[in-house]
Write a protein that binds this ligand. Structure first.
Ligand SMILES: C[S@@+](CC[C@H](N)C(=O)[O-])C[C@H]1O[C@@H](n2cnc3c(N)ncnc32)[C@H](O)[C@@H]1O
Length: 261
């Protein structure tokens, strides 16, 4: 039985749009970081919690016919369209199912650890699944940047601070990104290299973020964190072409390290 309580309904149609919106926003960062590692022909890779599969698809192109990419998720239904011969899709709970030892040259997991009960234990498990010298890339949000905006806007600040509380109530860590360097260090990774990226945008230019507030609307209100009028104002602002509020967005912390020899 799965030990993890994932906070979204993985069966609902909207989940696919949510996953794709994340992916389109962050894929350039993730690809640049993976490219810096030097993933190339023949590598054996694992993407954990692969979601919509955009990173797996890119990896499959990098490793070519002599390489191999395993894409896992507790809900792999959105990965089924990845029918490349060098891609294997598995339904797999990273917290409870085996991964093997010294199997992969590269493992990546983006926006997955925050949903797990013990990120350090999972990072240790991922490192063990790497060959000596293999690379691990883990990427997580630090949501403390979410309420930041320009010019200052009290409603945005209040509504954008609320998702962190909801995540915390569900057992997640909205600041996990900031802890990745320490987690990799504690797990024994070598050559740790971390960077943090945020993408401040005018609200009408990040319509995809609106879906998050629509999805969380009832929970934010039920938890007493915001009023219906406050969250509806934010949802409407994303649709307003004249809205010039620049919102900072979440910070994605991208941390990589190697398994020592
Ligand atoms: C926020 S999404 C990120 C998807 C993808 N990594 C991306 O960044 O585009 C989190 C993903 O982790 C998966 N997930 C959650 N708990 C998991 C677990 N215990 N084992 C494997 N996958 C899990 C979810 O099903 C979902 O696809």
């Amino acid at each position: 039985m799965a030990s993890t309580k994932y906070m979204f309904d993985t069966a609902e149609e909207g989940e696919r749009d949510r996953l794709l919106a994340h992916a389109l926003m962050w894929d350039p960062v993730t690809r640049r970081r993976l490219g810096g590692i030097g993933v190339t022909e023949g590598w054996r890779c694992l993407e954990v919690g692969a979601g919509s599969g955009t990173v797996t698809r890119w990896l499959a192109g990098q490793v070519g016919g002599s390489g191999h990419v395993v894409a896992t998720d507790i809900q792999p239904r959105w990965l089924r369209s990845l029918d490349a011969p060098n891609v294997e899709v598995l339904r797999h709970d990273v917290t409870t199912d085996p991964l093997g030892e010294s199997v992969y040259d590269l493992i990546c997991a983006r926006l997955v650890l925050t949903h797990l009960p013990d990120p350090l234990a999972t990072v240790g498990k991922l490192l063990r699944a790497l060959v000596p010298g293999g690379w691990l890339l883990v990427e997580e949000y630090d949501l403390r940047s979410l309420p930041l905006c320009d010019p200052p806007d009290a409603t945005w600040h209040k509504v954008a601070a609320a998702p962190s509380e909801i995540l915390r109530l569900g057992g997640g860590d909205p600041e996990l990104g900031a802890k990745l360097t320490g987690i990799l260090h504690a797990a024994g990774a070598a050559e740790i290299d971390t960077e943090a990226v945020a993408l401040p945008r005018r609200m009408p230019e990040v319509l995809s973020w609106q879906a998050q507030f629509v999805q969380f609307r009832e929970r934010l209100i039920d938890a007493g964190l915001v009023s219906p009028a406050e969250v509806d104002k934010v949802i409407a602002d994303f649709d307003d072409d004249t809205c010039d509020l620049v919102v900072h967005g979440p910070t994605l912390v991208s941390a990589r390290g190697r398994k020592g020899d």
